[in-house]
Design a protein. Structure first.
Ligand SMILES: C[S@@+](CC[C@H](N)C(=O)[O-])C[C@H]1O[C@@H](n2cnc3c(N)ncnc32)[C@H](O)[C@@H]1O
Length: 277
């Protein structure tokens, strides 16, 4: 019996899993060794302990450009241009590096600037030119800076806008306290649901990125619904963990899409962008 016939004969028997074991073991060991290598490198080279930053893989970036293109109904080449615009913004990059180096919690932050899915937020603001963006959850203020950079470019093209950034922590947002970005950012301290209830301007683009519990995310979308301008875009950073925005979209007659990012050279599986419109 030749080798192929023998393999086929074994595949029909209960011995098949035993025979395939060495190949299966090699496969999973290669995968796990890679995860261990990446994790070990991260443990010694990064200082971050939450809200990790990383680059996207080339393929993940490509998928993100198409995601934004479809949602915002703009050519994908323009989206790629906006990605290049934020990534090539050396003034913002230098500011973030300097502010991080001088921050009180610098021992727990990496100086290297890595935006990951936030380049998608940037492109959506460039594409839709909102007058009022609301971001819940600010942390250091990396997302607020990216949103502010997009709003500043829109303003230079005749479409001014502001971002209201909400966080319960009074120390949040230190990256967004410097000009010119601070000129379009309103930092509000307090629980996000109460702060959304107190908003006195219509919201064109809303981004949930605060307390990622299902209940809190749902409370935010319920609270912002009566504050939305016609055609507003709703985003969530929690889409890999809950279905809250999809359910909200269905209840309110909107469309919904989800993008799942893939970090490059990082052990973290990544987050994503959920959008309802
Ligand atoms: C994931 S971080 C935000 C990340 C940020 N958007 C960025 O782009 O880097 C989550 C933030 O939500 C804030 N937070 C948690 N619970 C909150 C609440 N109930 N109201 C407002 N902010 C809250 C935390 O203080 C933390 O700074």
């Amino acid at each position: 019996m030749d080798a192929t016939k023998l393999r086929r004969a074994i595949a029909r028997t209960r011995l098949a899993p035993v025979a395939a074991f060495p190949k299966r073991l090699a496969r999973v060991a290669r995968h796990d060794a890679r995860v261990l290598r990446v994790s070990a490198r991260w443990l010694v080279t990064s200082r971050e302990h939450h809200n990790y930053t990383y680059e996207l893989t080339g393929l993940s970036r490509h998928h993100l450009s198409w995601f934004v293109s479809v949602v915002c109904d703009v050519p994908v080449a323009r989206v790629r241009g906006w990605f290049a615009e934020i990534e090539g913004d050396d003034e913002l990059r230098r500011h973030i590096e300097r502010a991080t180096a001088g921050a009180a919690r610098r021992g727990l932050a990496d100086r290297q600037v890595r935006y990951a899915r936030r380049i998608g937020w940037y492109a959506m603001v460039r594409a839709t030119r909102p007058a009022h963006v609301v971001e819940t959850g600010v942390d250091k203020g990396l997302g607020s800076c990216v949103l502010a950079a997009a709003l500043l470019r829109n303003a230079a093209e005749g479409h001014p806008g502001r971002v209201t950034s909400l966080d319960i922590n009074p120390e949040a947002g230190y990256l967004a306290r410097a000009a010119p970005w601070s000129g379009v950012v309103d930092l509000v301290v307090g629980d996000s649901v109460a702060s959304i209830g107190a908003l006195d301007r219509a919201v064109d683009l809303f981004l949930h990125d605060s307390d990622h519990s299902r209940a809190h995310e749902r409370r935010e979308f319920d609270a912002v619904e009566p504050k939305l301008a016609p055609g507003a875009l709703l985003l969530t950073d929690n889409v890999t963990a809950t279905n809250v925005l999809a359910e909200h979209a269905e209840r309110t007659g909107r469309r919904f899409l989800a993008y799942r990012e893939t970090p490059a050279r990082h052990w973290y599986p990544g987050d994503g962008i959920g959008v309802a419109w």
